[in-house]
Design a protein around this ligand. Sequence first.
Ligand code: ADP
Ligand code: MG
Length: 447
Amino acid sequence: MVLAKTAKQRLITLEGVNKSYEQPNGQQITILESIDLELRTGEIVALLGPSGSGKSTLMRMIAGLIAPTKGKVLYHNRPLIGLNPGVAIVFQSFALYPWLTVLENVELGLKAKGVLPDVRRQKALQMIDVIGLDGFENAYPKELSGGMRQRVGFARALAVEPELLCMDEPFSALDVLTAENLRYELLDLWLEHKIPTRAVLIVTHGIEEAVILADRIIVLGRNPGRIRADLPVTLSHYRDRKSPSFQALVDQVYKILTNPELEEIEPSTPVFSVSEPEPPKAKYQSLPAVRIGSIAGFLEILEDRQGDLYRLAQELQLEVDDILPIIEAAQLLDLAHIREGDINLTETGKEFIVSGIDERKQIIKERMLNHIRLVQQICTLLHSKRNNRITEELILDILESYFSAQEAQKQLQTAIDWGRYAELFSYDEPSGEIFLEQVDIPEPAAV
Ligand code: ADP
Ligand code: MG
C-alpha cells in the first residue's frame, strides 16, 4: 500500500549546511552545523530534537524562508533561490487570519500563487472536504476548536498541492486526544494517496509521534544543531504502540536523545576579560534551564526506582523535553549518570538525597565552583570588583558570543538561580546587579 509507484526521487538535498546569526554584540553564533540531508519522494521524515536544537530553522531553510550561511540547499538537484515553490508549511500556532473565513483562509496560498478565483475556490472547497471541514466554510477561526483550526492549517497547506508538506510541531498545541485523532487522519490521507503530496517532513519533539508516523527519523543534537542519527523505520502501518518492535525503537531514540555529549569544560580556561578582542570559539558549557528544586525532586523519585529512563519517564508522564534538561543538569552537577539509557544516582547524588538543606547547598556549591564554568566566571568577576557587584549586562555580553540573545538570557537566569540556591551570590532585580552576599565565599578553583 505504501510502496512508491515510481522509484524514489530526490526532492531536497542539503549539503554541508550551516546557519549562524549575528548577535547584537557583533559575534556570530552557529545554530546548525554541517547538515547533510536528503528528502525523497514517498517518505515521511520526522525531524526530532530537543527544543532549541534548530529544527524550525532547518525546516525554514528547506522552505526557502531563510538562506543557509554556508552550504547548499537543492530542490530537484538545483540550488534553491528564494521561496521553495514545492513546499507548504503547517505551523504549530495555526497562523490563521482571524478576519478571514475558513474558505478564505484556505484560499490564501492559492491566491499567493496567482491561481484564478474560480479555480481557487474549487480547489479550496475540495480540500476542505478532504480535511473534514465541511459545513465550516464560512466560519471564522474564533468559532472553531483548536483541532478544527489546525484542520484549516492543513487544508490551506495542502490546497496548493505541495510536493513536500512541512509541519512544525503541528499537533503540540492540541489536547492529547485531538492530536491523536488528527495524526491518524493525516496518516490515512497519506497512505491512501488522498492528498497530493509526495513527501512529508514533520518537526517534532515527541518520540512516539515520530515513531508512529515516520519512515525515517532524523535526530538533531544541540549547540550547535547537528544530525546525531538518521534511523529508518521499517515497521508497517498502522503501528502498535505496545508492540516490542515499536517499544524497542522508542527506546533506541530515547537513548540517543538522553545521552547528550556533556560538554566538559577545559580545566584551565583562561579568565576572560571584557576587552578580550576575540573570545575563544570553543563550545561553551550550556546550562539546562531547570531549578535545583526540580533536580532534587527528580533525584528523590530516582532513589526508589533506578534504571530504565524511558520507563521512568513514562511512569511520571513526562515528555522527553521535560525530562531531558533535568537529566542533563543532574549529570552536570554529578548527581546522576546515564549509561545506555539507564540512569543511576552517583555517590554524590546518594549523599545529596540523605542530606539536609544546608549540606545540600554545600554539595551543589562545591560542584559548581569546580565544574560550572558560568558560575565560576561570575564568582571570579565578583571577587575582582572592589564592591563585589557586577551588572548582568556584563555576563550577557560574554554569553552572547556563544548563545542567541534569548538563550543567553536563559543561561544567565539559570546561573543566578543555581548561584542563589548555593548562596554563592545574589541578584538584585531592579538594578540588574549580581552581588556577593558574604565576602567569605571562596574563589572558584579552576579559573
Ligand atoms: P527548535 O525549533 O529546535 O526549538 P529553533 O530552530 O527555533 O529551534 O532555534 C534554534 C536556536 O536558534 C535557538 O537558540 C534560537 O534562539 C536561535 N534562533 C532562531 N532564530 C534566530 C534568529 N532569527 N536570530 C538569532 N537566533 C535565532
Ligand atoms: Mg521549533
